[in-house]
Every structure is written in C-alpha cells, then in structure tokens.
Ligand binder design. Structure first.
Ligand SMILES: Cc1cc2nc3c(=O)[nH]c(=O)nc-3n(C[C@H](O)[C@H](O)[C@H](O)COP(=O)(O)O)c2cc1C
Length: 220
C-alpha cells in the first residue's frame, strides 16, 4: 500500500497549514494510501536539528537516514521510507518555521552523499510537496519579499528524493477574532472574505494535491 506522510510545521494543530495538510491527507486516503500526520510542535515531542554527529557519514555505517536517537528519529525512518511526503509550514519572518527547518536538516543531510554529490542516498524515491501558508496576499508580493528564494529553496530541497512541488496559500486567516489584536494592516473584513472565498478553494486544491501525489508515486 502507498505510504503517505504529512508533516505539520506549524505550532497550530488546527491552523491553516494543518487544515490544508489534513485535506491533502483526505485526498491521499481517498485514493487508497495509508496516511499519517505528524505535528512537529507537539509538546511531548522533543528533538533538535542536525547534531553534527556524522553517524550518517561513517564508513560502513547506516546511510540515508538520521540515527540520532530522539523523538524525531522514528518519524525520519517513516519519511525516508514513504512513497509520498508532504511538508507544511507557515512563513515565519520570511522563513520556514524553525521546527520544520530542524526536521529538514535531519532529513536532508543523511541523503547528501559526500562520496558522490550527484547521487544522493535515497532509500525510496518519492513524490513530495511543500505547503506554504502566509499573510502575504499574492504571488507578486511573494516575489517582492524574496520568499521565492527563502521558502522555495527550502521546499525544492525535497527534490533530491524525487519530483517535488510547491503549494501556496495566500492571505490566510490568522486570528479567530481580529478585533482583539493591533493589526490595522490586516483588515478583519478582508481577511474574513478571503477565509470564506479563497481558503475553501485552497482546501480543494490541497485535496487534489494529495490524490495526485499518490497517483503519480505509483509510477515511480
Ligand atoms: C512568528 C510569525 C511570523 C510570521 N511571519 C510572516 C511573514 O514573514 N510573512 C507572512 O506573509 N506571514 C507571516 N506570518 C503569518 C503566518 O505565516 C500565517 O498566518 C500562516 O498562515 C499561519 O499558519 P498556521 O495557521 O498554520 O499557524 C507570521 C506569523 C507568525 C506567528
């Protein structure tokens, strides 16, 4: 059975990123995949980024997966053996969230082959995607803010495991009640409108993304 893993890099378990990941998961399940969602910011989930132990580079050692023992290690095992991997992150001060970056370091570095840079260590080729959510209103502003460099490069690094794509959700709804916050640059009425008109379309795209990634992974 196709295995699909969904990684939530937002601290909010029911925020925009999580909702899109869950919808992509629905799509994957609909088409017959076995799917799992991991919340990287779970309070009882302790891990750090790469500890530079070099276990993944030791001669004769286990390659391709981080073996540093902590709560993330079993998830990394699942990630390298998955057929489909979908990471989700909000834009945080122009970058992917810190916990997603820590996850990425632990996933990517073991795949970097110091003996042959052109041939990464890939346990299982996979289709992948990165779901990016943000206040940023559109693609034009996305480029103006250089998010295409900071966010897209992060997402594209999954390309070492196989075909990968980027999924954007703009102008997301950040607060349950905008009247409680100092946020004049984010007009409540406009945000509400986007939540009601744009976000449902994004959810539908996420559903299709989940389906398509599973479908395509079967041809790998
Ligand atoms: C710490 C922090 C930094 C943020 N920085 C940005 C930013 O640089 N650009 C942007 O467009 N949105 C930014 N946002 C807004 C979030 O990216 C946006 O609300 C996102 O959809 C939240 O995802 P979530 O609902 O899954 O938590 C920031 C939010 C937080 C909490």
């Amino acid at each position: 059975m196709t295995k699909a893993l969904f990684i939530n890099g937002s601290p909010r378990k029911n925020g925009n990123t999580a909702l899109l990941l869950k919808r992509a998961m629905d799509g994957a399940i609909e088409i017959g995949a076995e799917a799992e969602l991991v919340n990287l910011y779970d309070r009882c989930f302790n891990y750090k980024g790469c500890m530079s132990c070099f276990a993944c580079k030791v001669k004769g050692g286990r390659k391709g997966v981080c073996s540093f023992k902590d709560d993330l290690q079993p998830i990394l095992e699942k990630a390298v053996n998955a057929d489909v991997l979908v990471c989700g992150t909000p834009v945080y001060c122009g970058y992917p969230s810190a916990n997603l970056r820590a996850f990425m370091e632990r996933l990517i570095f073991p795949a970097v082959n110091y003996s042959d840079f052109m041939h990464p260590v890939v346990n299982k080729p996979k289709y992948s995607a990165t779901i990016i959510t943000m206040n940023c209103p559109d693609e034009e502003e996305y480029h103006r803010n250089s998010y295409d460099v900071l966010m897209d490069v992060n997402g594209r690094s999954l390309g070492m495991f196989g075909p990968t794509e980027l999924f954007y959700s703009f102008d997301t709804y950040q607060f349950n009640d905008y009247s409680r916050y100092d946020a004049d640059q984010l007009p409540a009425e406009h945000k509400k409108l986007m939540r009601e008109t744009q976000f449902p379309k994004d959810l539908e795209r996420a559903y299709e993304l989940g389906k398509q990634l599973v479908e395509k992974s079967r041809d790998l």
